[in-house]
Ligand binder design. Structure first.
Ligand code: NAD
Ligand code: MG
Length: 363
């Protein structure tokens, strides 16, 4: 029997995880499920999946992770709140099936050091990184020249730049190919999501930022490609369905029967374009942050989180998400943090700076 803890069970990743556990059959059990809000829904899920639950305050969550005899923790928490639960999982030597990309952006290297100490496995669930994780098993690391991740282009892919000034949260939440939580859906529209994923790839796979490339691929069938030394590309193709990378992270290194219908390769042509940096300024900002180092990466994530919350609350125009993030990145940055406590300090400073700029509108 494999027991799984599902953090963020009421979210998109959490619900998909519960559906995968059910699909995998009687050898799999959702042991413990948590969420931050929507308590009634959580209790209903606990009854449906015969799982335990508790009122989430972060201390209880960490204690429950520590004391549970579960084998795997799926972290589907949204935002920086996912960081400490990821560390607790890895410290206990449990497998971390990681959707929460903020964990890697903020503290990827520290987490990997912790995993090396405890023997815990970190398996990416973010679809592009799950694809890269599999693709990289097909070639020696020094033979891989480039890691390419794809982006749908988000809700405004076909909207001209001039029309982005007045777009609303409701419009931004209309994603063309993936069904996801609100924060990541806005991040897809600005491509901050891809920016975070560039940084995630750098830390997760120990690559330089210039070894990572982003292409817009509107059909969301090819999730990532690697290019090897002699120029060959190898791609991973599947339906845009998070149940596939979630299931692979649970069963790794084994494979189980498909959790979702096959994608029809003849349905539409698969195309690629290069993202326009003027339309998606959050992408070049992410590369700049990735090159600059860990404090910039944490600051990029924190400032964007504040900006997106303000946009969703109708307090910030869409195009100002990037302006605010850039203004915070332009402030003097602290030295790279060397501990989890220092990571949290850099994160808190960036949030304060973003809040102050937002209040004063001085950006
Ligand atoms: P979501 O908003 O649908 O769900 C978030 C879940 O986290 C909810 O259950 C919520 O109760 C819980 N949560 C929120 N704040 C919390 C806190 N402070 N403490 C504890 N729990 C908290 O989000 P989502 O779309 O499922 O995304 C979750 C994570 O997975 C994000 O990091 C996102 O970037 C990543 N991710 C999502 C997808 C996707 O398809 N949705 C794909 C790749 C990566
Ligand atoms: Mg992704």
């Amino acid at each position: 029997m494999k027991k799984v803890i599902v953090l963020g069970a009421t979210g998109t990743i959490g619900l998909n995880t519960l559906s995968v556990i059910e699909h995998l059959g009687s050898d799999w059990q959702a042991d413990l499920i948590t969420a931050f809000s929507r308590k009634t829904e959580l209790e209903q899920l606990a009854r449906q999946y015969n799982a335990r639950t508790f009122t989430t305050d972060s201390e209880t969550m960490l204690k429950e992770i520590r004391e549970s005899d579960a084998d795997i923790v799926v972290n589907g928490i949204a935002g920086a709140a996912g960081l400490l639960p990821s560390f607790e999982t890895v410290r206990c030597g449990k497998r971390l099936a990681l959707a929460n990309k903020e964990t890697i952006v903020m503290a990827g290297a520290l987490l990997k050091t912790e995993a090396a100490r405890s023997g815990a496995e970190i398996i990416p669930v973010d679809s592009e990184h799950a694809a890269l994780f599999e693709l990289q098993r097909t070639a020696a690391p020094n033979q891989i020249r480039k890691l390419i991740i794809t982006a749908s282009g988000g809700a405004f892919r076909d909207t001209p730049l001039e029309e982005l000034t007045h777009v609303t949260p409701e419009q931004a939440l209309h994603h063309p190919t993936w069904k996801m939580g609100p924060k990541i859906t806005v991040d897809s529209a600005t491509m901050a999501n891809k920016g975070l994923e560039v940084i995630e790839a750098v830390y997760l796979f120990d690559r330089r930022p210039d070894e990572i490339e982003v292409l817009i691929h509107p059909q969301s069938r090819i999730h990532a490609l690697i290019q090897t030394a002699e120029g060959t590309f190898t791609a991973q193709i599947s339906a845009p369905d998070m149940r596939i990378p979630i299931q692979n992270a649970l069963t790794y290194p084994e494979k189980a029967a498909a959790p979702s219908p096959d994608t029809d390769l003849t349905a539409e042509a698969l195309t690629f374009t290069r993202p326009d940096p003027r339309k998606y300024p959050m992408l070049p900002l992410a590369f700049r942050a990735a090159k600059s180092g860990l404090s910039a990466a944490i600051t990029y994530n924190a400032a964007n989180e504040i900006a997106v919350a303000a946009f969703l609350g109708h307090r910030l125009p869409f195009l100002s998400i990037a302006r605010l993030t850039e203004a915070v990145l332009n402030k003097p940055l602290p030295p790279a943090p060397a501990s989890l406590e220092e990571v949290l300090t850099v994160d808190a400073c960036a949030r304060t700076a973003a809040d102050q700029l937002l209040a004063s509108k001085a950006f």
